[in-house]
Design a protein around this ligand. Sequence first.
Ligand SMILES: Cc1cc2nc3c(=O)[nH]c(=O)nc-3n(C[C@H](O)[C@H](O)[C@H](O)COP(=O)(O)O)c2cc1C
Length: 246
Amino acid sequence: MNSTIETLINHRSDRSFLDKAIPDDVLDSIIQAAYRAPTSIHSQQVSLVITRDKATKAKLAELAGGQPWIAQAPVFITFVLDMYKTAEGMKLTGETQIAHESIESVVSGSIDVGIALGTAMAAARSAGLGVVPIGGIRRDPLEVIKLLNLPEMTMPINGLTLGYVDEPAALKPRLPLATFRHEEAYRTEGLNTLIVQHNDELTQHWKNIDRNGGESWSNTVANYYKNIYFPNVLPALKKQGFGTEK
Ligand SMILES: Cc1cc2nc3c(=O)[nH]c(=O)nc-3n(C[C@H](O)[C@H](O)[C@H](O)COP(=O)(O)O)c2cc1C
């Protein structure tokens, strides 16, 4: 196994950071890696906002529902779906952008953002940094939009904390591979047994790392997915000019 794949397989979210700055050249190379990521139709509909200011990070930590590692990490990056840029580009042709009125743009733009995010995480971890992807910035997107001065036709999709790790996280178990890898066609048989197996493994994992109240996988997803997790996303998308009906 080569070292790139080893880094990827050893992914974990580290939520404990040292008070140690990230050198500019290291941060630049992580951003460069994300910048070179592919985008749908070469739209380049992704922008990154880098936050190092302590007060802004503290505000983002609060907006994300109280996530102290956002404030603690030296750098926070907001990954933005950016169809403002494409609309500006189109103006030079005399055409008007309507694609942002479609759910397809939200889907394809979110994929592009996800690829940039994954690329940045891989680059950061290969440079010895710890990462936590932060969906919590979608908890109150309009406040994030205001704080970061995001224009119309943009949407903060996900964040990323970056820093040198203080207390490394343990590798978190996954559902058995057979629930993930399907040969030729999707298979539902045996899923229940594999989920029960993972529930036991995850519960044991929490015990091993002394996390009191750690839940089984079924309980974790139930706690989140019995509700609409971030109900403010749809109104924020609409306010920014995105559509979901077409
Ligand atoms: C899109 C996305 C959003 C996430 N949002 C948060 C978040 O807001 N806060 C947080 O602490 N972890 C967040 N995570 C991290 C997940 O909780 C974590 O990946 C999962 O529990 C598996 O643990 P691991 O990354 O250590 O393997 C997010 C992960 C992803 C992929």
